[in-house]
Design a protein around this ligand. Structure first.
Ligand code: SF4
Length: 207
């Protein structure tokens, strides 16, 4: 199975995901807040920011540090993340269409965050690589690469530059990792991909 066949199977099973939740600069805020935490915690922080009218870069820049930290506390690491949000807001206030290089120069914005912002907010064809993508890809048998940037090259070469496909693919990886392909106890016996998956076949053969 290649990545395009995987996409079709996951798409058929889960249907259209239509990410990212939220719109405008809220997407960039969510991409920072989701670092090292679950989306349910991010939603609580976003709701606080929404109520405080803090979902835009100017408001975040003007906001007192302690107040901002309090609003984003549910997402964890709030001391760091409040600084990251201010850094990203400072860039955005000057340039609301930054390049990948400009985003990566912001302290607190790594490749996964930058590519999420580029793909979901700026509609730029950057394949988002995260731990879920790598876990599923390695188990299925796409290979093993040393770095996330090699995985990114792999997917972009196999899938081709396609914003809509990248958008759905990342969302499907996330839902599949949470539903079947869990880190510690993957549900291979009931997974619709088991016949095409190296790890799934091996684990079923050993039963
Ligand atoms: S068969 Fe198992 S390892 Fe393979 S994708 Fe499904 S849950 Fe993951």
């Amino acid at each position: 199975m290649d990545p395009n066949a995987l996409f079709k199977k996951m798409h058929r099973f889960y249907g259209v995901q239509d990410w990212w939740p939220g719109e405008g600069f809220e997407i960039a805020i969510g991409a920072v807040l989701t670092q090292n935490t679950s989306w349910s915690n991010v939603e609580k922080a976003l709701e606080n920011l929404r109520k405080a009218d803090l979902l835009n870069p100017q408001a975040i820049l003007q906001c007192k540090d302690d107040f901002l930290k309090k609003q984003i506390k549910p997402s964890g690491f709030f001391n760091q993340k409040s600084k990251y949000l201010k850094n990203l807001s400072a860039l955005w206030a000057e340039n609301s269409n930054p390049s990948r290089k400009e985003l990566l120069a912001v302290k607190g914005v790594g490749a996964e965050t930058a590519d999420s912002i580029l793909l979901y907010l700026l509609n730029t064809p950057e394949f988002v690589i995260d731990a879920y993508t790598i876990r599923i890809s390695e188990r299925i048998g796409f290979g093993s690469f040393q770095t996330n940037s090699k995985w990114k090259e792999f997917f972009e070469e196999k899938v081709g530059k396609n914003v809509g496909r990248y958008n759905e693919f990342h969302a499907l990886f996330v839902i599949h990792a949470r539903t079947f392909c869990r880190k510690n106890n993957p549900l291979c016996g009931s997974c619709f991909l088991r016949k095409d998956c190296l790890f799934g076949k091996m684990s079923l053969d050993s039963i």
